[in-house]
Design a protein around this ligand. Structure first.
Ligand SMILES: [Fe+2]
Ligand SMILES: [Fe+2]
Length: 172
């Protein structure tokens, strides 16, 4: 187990994620909303990767800008709304600080990929983009298995609805 994994699996205050509610009709959960957004971003990732593999630089660059904007919105929703709510509910910031540092790494990588796709550096965008895909996947697994369910488990129905709507506004 790495240091990051240990931080993510640490136990703090609040309820455990076991028995966290799934989406009920008209009562969406943080897990359902953000997992759906992960899947949308995954689909966009696949499209950009295909264009890079085809060496379609113009198409890849345009599709990457859309992907980047979408991932930036997801990260903003987590950092501005979800993580502060999680830290308040659980009195714990180890897990969120690991997630924030991984977000910072995604932002650095996206800047490098953008520069490579624009032809402004000698670097091949494909390995950079694939590295982003690998690190993003493992990040998403940690959020989906630990952080999102724990957040849902620490909110009552009204609090959950309010948090979900605040997150959804940023994702729109
Ligand atoms: Fe995240
Ligand atoms: Fe996420």
């Amino acid at each position: 187990m790495t240091i990051l994994d240990e931080a993510v699996s640490e136990e703090c205050g609040g309820s455990s994620s076991r028995g966290a509610p799934r989406e009920a009709a008209g009562n969406p959960t943080v897990s359902a909303l953000l997992e759906n957004d992960h899947r949308s971003i995954d689909a966009m990732f696949t499209d950009v990767e295909a264009l890079i593999l085809e060496r379609n630089c113009t198409g890849a660059s345009t599709a990457f800008q859309t992907f980047q904007k979408r991932l930036e919105a997801h990260i903003a929703a987590e950092e501005l709304v979800l993580f502060p709510a999680f830290e308040e509910a659980t009195a714990c910031n180890g897990q969120t600080s690991v997630m924030r540092s991984e977000h910072a790494a995604f932002r650095r990588l996206m800047t490098e990929i953008h520069t490579a796709l624009e032809g402004a550096s000698e670097r091949d965008p494909l390995p950079l983009f694939q590295e982003l895909g690998r690190t993003l996947s493992s990040h998403n697994v940690k959020e989906e298995r630990v952080l999102y369910p724990k957040m849902d488990a620490n909110l009552d129905g009204g609090q959950r609805r309010e948090l979900v709507s605040r997150i959804a506004i940023i994702l729109e």
